[in-house]
Design a protein around this ligand. Sequence first.
Ligand SMILES: [Zn+2]
Length: 506
Amino acid sequence: MGRVYLTTAIDYANGDPHLGHAFEKVGADAIARYRRLQGDEVWFLLGMDEHGQKVAQTAADEGIAPEALAERVAGAFRTMWARLGISYDQFIRTTSETHRTAVRELIERIFERNPDDFYERAYEGYYCVGCEAFKQGAEIVDGKCVLHPTRTLEWVRERNWFFRLSRYQESLIDLIEGNAEFLQPESRRNEILAFLRQGLEDISASRSRFSWGVPFPRPTSDGEQQTTYVWFDALPNYWTATRFAESRAEWPAQLHVIGKDITRFHTVIWPAMLMAAGLPLPERVWAHGFVYFKGERFSKSAGTRLDLSDAVGRFGPDAFRYFLLREIPWDADGSFTWERFEERYTSDLADGLGNLASRALAMLAKYREGVVPAAGEGPSLDAAGRGAVAAYVEAMDAFDLRGGADAAWTLVSAANLFVQQTAPWALAKAGREPELDSVLASVAAALCRLAILTSPFMPTKAQELWEALGQAGRVESAGIRTALDPALAGARTRKPENLFPRPATT
Ligand SMILES: [Zn+2]
């Protein structure tokens, strides 16, 4: 692939990070780390959406300035991303001056290139502050936004700048029909095509009587200075990020990772804005599903709250990352349950990979003074190892993160079974040294492959395993090539700390 500029959605600065935020960032981080394993030059952008009515309202409720709220929330998010080992290169905040200037520039570009794309219009309709969008038809059920049933819709009547989105209907259909990769997974693509074929309404590009945002570059005909509608400020962050002095991002982005609830914004409004401005389009948008906890999406309401910090703390950040990506498909919805978390931790990590590593390294210490022997004539795991790497690459290239983890764990199971069947302790007792060499070399090679393959999922544990195998440097730098053909003969291993201690029985 070469260069990969990868982004996630920027999160609203109106509350603490929750499970849904974490799932998206962990998934995108696994993709970023996998692309690095493939030798790509990755630039990974995260950020915060700090403007808009939702943020202003939350700040007002707390009796603080929106700037103070944004500052605090951005800090809480960055602390969580550090704890989860999210390997981002840049964190954009929409209140930063570089972003604000670039948003105005983007809007001016549209005015200059397509002067008819903005026009003034009086408008009234129901506005959902949760979505920061006007709602109509099937989007309203029982007088509430379907996505935000606990919020009250506001009846808004104002005269705004409008963006002529309707003009881009055909171009957008051509884009999504003609390019299977632009929007994935397939289910989202079908949904957006159906939406586009119904016809597009023009959308508000500015808001009146509301100032927490980027001033819209041109006043309305009666001289009013309006504020840029928050999505017209938020979506451009992917482009404005390339303007920061410290950024090595280059537009267009190769991949936007977003949640399925904001697919329309990213595959209809955003490409239309870019077309209007005469800028290249992102190569791919991936819309992941939701994570449910006790049947609820944001795990917010009383009694079903999942504290993200508790979940990360249960077995540590790496186990949490692994669980999310192995349990919840990257292309659909899934559920978090404590029971499944505990089961997977025990079976896959403590009894699976952890047990394999401690047995193998203990045997190397006992029979070969910790030095990996050259593979002699005898039983080998090499075919299983190569097969697992090939299946892993195929899945990860297709953004099937769960499939990638599955492929790695077929090797964990194969290697544990191999140890059981070849019984190295019996080979040692019988003095069958060449066979013992072969078995030990094979298991060490499997662990080396596993350190590399699991690093996008569990970067810290993978590094510990890598070092226990006597390997220098960072496991990320080893790359998929090393996983295909590990060369461990002569490596000086050591017994690791218990990678995944068995949970205390309660
Ligand atoms: Zn809503």
